[in-house]
Design a protein around this ligand. Structure first.
Ligand code: NAP
Ligand code: ZN
Ligand code: ZN
Length: 353
């Protein structure tokens, strides 16, 4: 048996999102069926829908910042009951037995995780070969990959925590960002605005590094102590050798040398945005101050739950602009132009319009 789902899909790199109905499996004993209320619009959705990374298969349903209510549970589900407010992020399955999975780092599964969209669906039970994402009214997910959402958080504004939130929280924690450190967040978009909030909440001195003078004042409202304009060569030079950590969310390949030069000796820049070749990574800025450049991918399930609980405790939510599903193509164009404050979230009730 399958359930009938309404959503939006793209059918080619250029066709845009259009209404699409499809099937999902009915809950197995360890599955949770969720009525989706909200889904954030991540830049990765856009890269994928438009096949900018070259691996998209169509029809393609984006969406991995999912918030909803539990509608049904299998008879072995122990963590959730019908009516609970829950979240689903970028992962819906993994091998569950490799070293990474055993450590709760399912995003680094040695046998390949199953992404919420665009991955081979190894569980199956539907006519679709690939997983289909959260721009839809229902989803069925294995219990391990479902998260509890603190009840004090506005559910719509919590949706982007499931990707933008964990992708910034995880490296800040891993590299032990905290009081007494000067931390730069590069790019003020969906990820960047959460990076600023988390680094501030963790007690660091936060510098927003942006191309946009206009966004500067906003960054201060989000928790930044200072703003550095990356297009101001003099200001960039004056800030060299002063940062303990950089989190770089620029969504395309770029010249990293000017950012690497900002780091102190032994400090690290973590790149989470660009998957393209990072042009001009010179040895000199690395060698002369023993600096590092690293990457980081979302976060595992235990850390994602920790991040949501941290947000519940510190009342951290995302700054969102709610859109109707029919307006999602326009939201994509605006995101690409960096014209978003700071995350679009789709109101799934609008699917019924
Ligand atoms: P976004 O909302 O579009 O924000 C990106 C920001 O980067 C823009 O608002 C802009 O900020 C800045 N920017 C854009 N183009 C730039 C350029 N050419 N040079 C310098 N700065 C530029 O995107 P997002 O949703 O935050 O996602 C950011 C990237 O992370 C995407 O590539 C996405 O696919 C990726 N991602 C990675 C992971 C992971 O696990 N590693 C998870 C989620 C997303 P300013 O206006 O402030 O300059
Ligand atoms: Zn994402
Ligand atoms: Zn694994």
């Amino acid at each position: 048996m399958t359930m009938h789902v309404h959503g939006y899909a793209t059918h080619s790199a250029t066709s845009g999102l259009v209404p699409f109905t499809f099937e999902r499996r009915d809950p197995r004993p360890s599955d949770v069926a969720i009525d989706i209320l909200y889904c954030g619009v991540c830049h990765s959705d856009i890269h994928s829908a438009r096949n900018e990374w070259g691996w998209t298969q169509y029809p393609f349903v984006p969406g991995h910042e999912i918030i909803g209510r539990v509608a049904a549970i299998g008879n072995k589900v122990s963590k959730f009951k019908i009516g609970d407010m829950v979240g689903v992020g970028c992962l819906v399955d993994s091998c569950r037995h490799c070293a990474s999975c055993n450590e709760g780092l399912e995003q680094y599964c040695d046998n390949g995780f199953t992404g919420t969209y665009g991955s081979e669906d190894k569980i199956g039970g539907t006519p679709h070969k690939m997983t289909l994402g959260g721009y839809s009214d229902k989803i069925t997910v294995e219990e391990r990959f479902v998260l509890r959402v603190p009840t004090n958080l506005d559910p719509a504004a919590a949706a982007p925590l499931l990707c933008a939130g964990i992708t910034t929280y995880s490296p800040l924690k891993h590299w032990k960002v905290g009081p007494g450190q000067k931390v730069g967040i590069v790019g003020l978009g969906g990820l960047g605005h959460m990076g600023v909030k988390f680094a501030h909440a963790m007690g660091a001195h936060v510098v927003m590094i942006t191309t946009s003078p206009k966004k500067g004042e906003d960054a201060k409202k989000l928790g930044a102590d200072e703003v550095l304009l990356s297009k101001d060569a003099k200001a960039m030079e004056a800030a060299q050798n002063s940062f303990d950590f950089l989190l770089n969310t620029i969504p395309v390949g770029h010249d990293v040398d000017p950012y690497m030069a900002l780091l102190k000796r032994d400090a690290t820049m973590v790149v989470v945005g660009a998957v393209e070749p990072l042009t001009k990574v010179s040895g000199i800025p690395l060698i002369f101050r023993r600096r590092s450049m690293a990457g980081s991918l979302i976060g595992g399930l235990p850390e994602t739950q920790e991040m949501l609980d941290f947000c519940g405790k510190h009342n951290i939510i995302c700054d969102i602009e709610m859109v109707a599903m029919k307006d999602v193509n326009e939201a994509y164009d605006r995101t690409v132009k960096s014209d978003v404050k700071y995350r679009f979230v789709i109101d799934m009730a609008s699917l019924k319009e």
